[in-house]
Design a protein. Structure first.
Length: 575
């Protein structure tokens, strides 16, 4: 898409944006004005109401201070402009002169990371000399300096910061399509509009993740998706997925990549028009299968409409359809799902099978999270345990009997005990049981843990089937003018524990803690979203008094001394 088209479509999207703005600052020691429109356009296409501000030319440290409270800061720190004409002067500088530049830049890196410690998301370009690389057979002083600065940069950043491999983006786009040498000479504008378009797309996964829009589940077809051929026609001996077979190798490689996704927390499921027993036999017994039966959390293997099966999967797994990615080789099936369930991201297996592993590898960007937690690594196990629980539920006539049989045990975690990465991740991913839907980064959580007016809590849950992991999170802030009054700013629980009554047990522990700290009145809020309707009456049902109500927002108050949960709770505190 040409820049003029991006400009026009970005203006159109701006008129359609709703909700609070997501403010991004881009600061640099070169001219980067063309970054604004492609970045806004890319994020607005995904429903993120991005507003990009461009800092002053070569004013990085001052701009850090100016924009530190923005939602995100992107830093273009170009080695070639650490001193004017560095790409030409590098070979003429003495070792002490190069060392001075190195030390000065390290000092500025320390200062920058210190200033941006509390900024929710920081993205910094790795230093690169690719645009002016003179000799691939030898390391010139500028390239060596870039390497040393990148090592220091990697060791200096906090959990709120991601490093951007600019060289990889240039290589992907092509140097002559990425770099405008003439404009750099005239106005220090190094990069082309085309580069910034690719750059914006490369950064999109980070913004999707922190705004709660990362995908969670990858649903796979079987025939010509997991293996070459059609199982019902070719039989298990006729399908191909062997690494040493030209026909099967792309599928073997694709499965290997998918297995890696699964081990990093991507949920895998199958939705295929096949005979269940035949597919189960392949998953269990075929010697060339990389993925095994236990790598999948659910199966919809039948001859029904795939859109119906996908909807059933969403219900059974308690996941929103917009968290689904569907991979199939059939243009008909892809088209049908796109038409009936547009929330689902649909990916067609390429006709050129040699491209298939790369197509699958690229899917990882849809599931990007800034950090991995133990819950991510064990996610498939957690979902399989939940399937066992649901199977057990059919043996009971009442929900109370079933919950009592689970022997649920809850462990509350307070303040510094709250795992920062997991709390941030839940805030970014949880949509259903989330009363206000704030999106926190790890930097946000860390900051609140160290502020006396904030009380942070979380809980782990287990039952006789196993551990649920850290499954709930709450943020409470005491009022400055009256410390006997506090406000619940965030209360959420993972979809895995919805219906287990953990929220009631946990809230009782929260209220007990607040009373000990002298808090007498608790305020709470429900902010409506298309995904959290199921908790619209949560505070009403607990006896909170309604202070005000609109279709979008309800405000509540609770006198703690009068609180008593009405009903049975089948969750005990762990000892």
């Amino acid at each position: 898409m040409k820049l003029i088209e991006i400009l026009e479509r970005n203006r159109q999207l701006q008129k359609l944006m709703k909700g609070p703005k997501y403010n991004i600052a881009v600061i640099s020691n070169i001219t980067i004005n063309q970054c604004k429109e492609p970045l806004e356009f890319t994020l607005r296409q995904e429903g993120i109401n991005a507003e990009v501000s461009i800092g002053d030319y070569d004013n990085i440290i001052q701009d850090c201070k100016r924009y530190s409270k923005y939602n995100a800061v992107i830093v273009f720190w170009e080695a070639i402009n650490l001193i004017d004409g560095f790409q030409n002067k590098a070979l003429t500088l003495t070792a002490p002169q190069l060392s001075e530049i190195h030390q000065k830049t390290k000092t500025e890196i320390k200062l920058l990371t210190s200033i941006l410690t509390l900024t929710p998301l920081v993205l910094i370009n790795r230093f690169s000399n690719l645009a002016f690389l003179p000799n691939v057979l030898a390391i010139d002083p500028l390239t060596e300096l870039c390497s040393r600065l990148n090592e220091f940069l990697a060791s200096s950043i906090g959990s709120n910061t991601l490093l951007i491999d600019t060289s990889a983006i240039i290589a992907k786009t092509g140097i002559h399509k990425s770099i405008d040498y003439r404009q750099y000479q005239n106005s220090k504008a190094l990069y082309t509009a085309q580069f910034f378009t690719v750059f914006a797309d490369a950064l999109k996964p980070a913004f999707m993740a922190v705004n709660g829009r990362a995908k969670k589940i990858l649903v796979l077809d079987c025939d010509n998706t997991l293996w070459a051929g059609i199982l019902g026609e070719d039989g298990d001996n006729g399908i191909g997925m062997a690494y040493d077979s030209p026909r099967g190798k792309p599928f073997h490689e694709a499965q290997t990549i998918l297995r890696g996704f699964q081990q990093q927390g991507v949920i895998l499921a199958i939705c295929s028009k096949n005979n269940l027993s035949e597919v189960e036999a392949v998953l269990t017994n075929h010697p060339d299968m990389v993925l095994q039966y236990q790598d999948f959390v659910a199966f919809k293997i039948n001859w029904s409409d795939k859109t119906e099966n996908l909807q059933q999967l969403a219900t059974e797994l308690n996941l929103g359809l917009d968290s689904f990615v569907f991979l199939d080789d059939s243009e008909f099936e892809i088209g049908l799902v796109q038409a009936k369930l547009p929330q689902i991201e649909c990916i067609l297996v390429p006709a050129n099978r040699s491209e298939y592993p790369n197509r699958v590898r690229a899917l990882g960007l849809l599931f990007f999270t800034p950090s991995k937690t133990s819950e991510d690594i064990n996610k498939t196990k957690l979902y399989l345990q939940n399937t066992a629980r649901e199977d057990q539920a059919t043996q009971f006539t009442t929900t109370s009997e079933y919950l009592e049989s689970l022997q649920l045990k809850l462990t509350p975690l307070w303040r510094s005990q709250v795992p920062v990465a997991r709390a941030a991740q839940m805030s970014q991913k949880t949509n259903q049981f989330n009363l206000t839907t704030p999106r926190y980064t790890e930097a946000d959580i860390s900051r609140m843990q160290h502020l006396p007016e904030y009380i942070l809590g979380a809980f782990t849950l287990k039952d006789r089937f196993g551990e649920y992991g850290v499954s709930g999170f709450i943020v409470i802030k005491q009022q400055e003018h009256d410390i006997t009054v506090a406000q619940i700013e965030c209360f959420l629980i993972s979809c895995r524990v919805i219906g287990r009554q953990a929220e009631y047990c946990f809230l009782q522990q929260v209220i007990s803690l607040l009373e000990v700290q002298g808090i007498r009145t608790l305020h709470a809020k429900y902010l409506a979203t298309p995904k959290n309707i199921q908790v619209a009456d949560f505070y009403d049902n607990l006896g909170f008094t309604v202070l005000s109500r609109t279709p979008q927002e309800t405000n509540y108050e609770l006198s703690l001394e009068n609180y008593k949960f009405q009903g049975d709770i089948f969750v005990e505190l762990a000892h």
